[in-house]
Design a protein around this ligand. Structure first.
Ligand code: SF4
Length: 280
C-alpha cells in the first residue's frame, strides 16, 4: 500500500497580478475569434502556455514590422516603448494592452521626470523587455545593474533613479547609496513589486515545513530560477520542473512535499503536478 503523501503549497505562488491580466487579455482576444492575434515577444516564459496559444493560432513576433496590418497585437506585462506603440499604430494594428499596471506606473514616472529635465537612471537588466520599454520614456536613459556602474557615472543636474519591478530591494538600495553621494538633487523612486519578494518569503517558510520541494515553471523564467536557488539554499532536496512529466522518481521517497511556482506558471500545471504527486 502506498504511503499517503502530504502536499503543501506555498502561501504565495504562481501567476502574479500582471501576468494573470496579460494572459486574460490574450485569452479574450483569441476567444473573440476576430482578426489574427499576435504577441510582441512570448506572452510569458512558459513553453506550455506559449504552445497552447500557438495551437490556437496566436503568433509571437519580435518587432512591429512583423505584425500584418489590421491584425490584433497583445502587449505583454513588461510593456513596450512609446516608439514601438507608434509603429504599431502606423501599421494599423489594433493594440490590446496587457502591460502590468505597476509597469505603467513606472513608465509614467519616467516620462514625468524626463519632462522636468531630470537625468534618468534605470537599475535592472538592460536586455529585459520591461527595461527597454521604460527607457523609451526617457530622453537619454542610462541603464545600470550594479553599484560599481553607479560609481562610474558623472551626471550634472537633477537625477531620477528607478528600478526594474522585479529586482531585489537590497541590490537597488546599494546602487541608490552610491548615487546619493554623487547626484544632487537625487529623486529615488521605489518601484519594486512585492510579488517576487512575497513568493521568496513564502517559499522559505514552506521549506521549513516539508521534506522536499518542487519548483514549477519554465526553464527560461528568471523568477522561477531564483525560487529554485532559494529552495536549494535552505538545504532540503529540491527540483525545478516545467510540468508533471518532469517529476523525478526520487520525489516519491518523501512523505511531505512542498510546491512553489514562478509568476508565469499557470494554475493548471500546478494542479497537474499536485495530482501526479498524490498518485505516486
Ligand atoms: S511581478 Fe509585479 S510588476 Fe511584474 S508583472 Fe507581476 S505584478 Fe506586475
Amino acid at each position: 500500500m502506498k504511503n499517503k503523501k502530504t502536499i503543501i503549497r506555498a502561501d504565495e505562488m504562481g501567476f502574479c497580478l500582471g501576468v494573470r491580466r496579460a494572459i486574460g487579455t490574450l485569452e479574450n482576444a483569441v476567444r473573440s475569434n476576430d482578426s489574427p492575434v499576435y504577441t510582441l515577444g512570448p506572452i510569458i516564459h512558459n513553453p506550455r502556455v506559449i504552445s497552447d496559444f500557438a495551437s490556437r493560432g496566436v503568433k509571437s513576433v519580435e518587432s512591429p514590422e512583423d505584425v500584418p496590418a489590421d491584425c490584433r497585437v497583445i502587449i505583454r506585462a513588461h510593456g513596450i516603448p512609446p516608439l514601438t506603440q507608434e509603429a504599431l499604430n502606423k501599421r494599423g494594428s489594433l493594440v490590446m494592452d496587457g502591460t502590468c499596471p505597476k509597469v505603467i506606473a513606472s513608465q509614467k514616472t519616467v516620462r514625468k521626470y524626463a519632462s522636468l529635465g531630470y537625468h534618468t537612471v534605470i537599475v535592472g537588466d538592460p536586455d529585459h523587455g520591461e527595461i527597454q520599454g521604460l527607457a523609451g520614456y526617457a530622453n537619454h536613459p542610462i541603464v545600470i545593474s550594479s553599484p560599481e556602474e553607479a560609481g562610474r557615472l558623472t551626471l550634472d543636474g537633477p537625477v531620477m533613479v528607478i528600478s526594474q519591478t522585479t529586482i531585489k530591494q537590497d541590490e537597488y538600495d546599494r546602487v541608490c547609496a552610491v548615487l546619493r553621494e554623487k547626484c544632487k538633487p537625487l529623486k529615488i523612486v521605489e518601484s519594486i513589486c512585492s510579488a517576487t519578494s512575497k513568493r521568496q518569503e513564502a517559499l522559505i517558510h514552506l521549506c521549513s515545513r516539508v521534506d522536499a520541494c518542487l519548483i514549477i515553471g519554465g526553464k527560461g523564467s528568471a523568477n522561477t530560477q531564483r525560487l529554485f536557488y532559494t529552495a536549494q539554499e535552505t538545504g532540503i532536496p529540491c527540483w525545478h520542473i516545467q510540468d508533471a512529466s518532469e517529476i523525478p522518481s526520487e520525489a516519491s521517497l518523501y512523505d511531505t512535499i512542498g510546491l512553489s511556482a514562478g509568476a508565469s506558471t499557470p494554475d493548471s500545471i500546478i494542479a497537474e503536478v499536485e495530482q501526479r504527486l498524490r498518485s505516486m
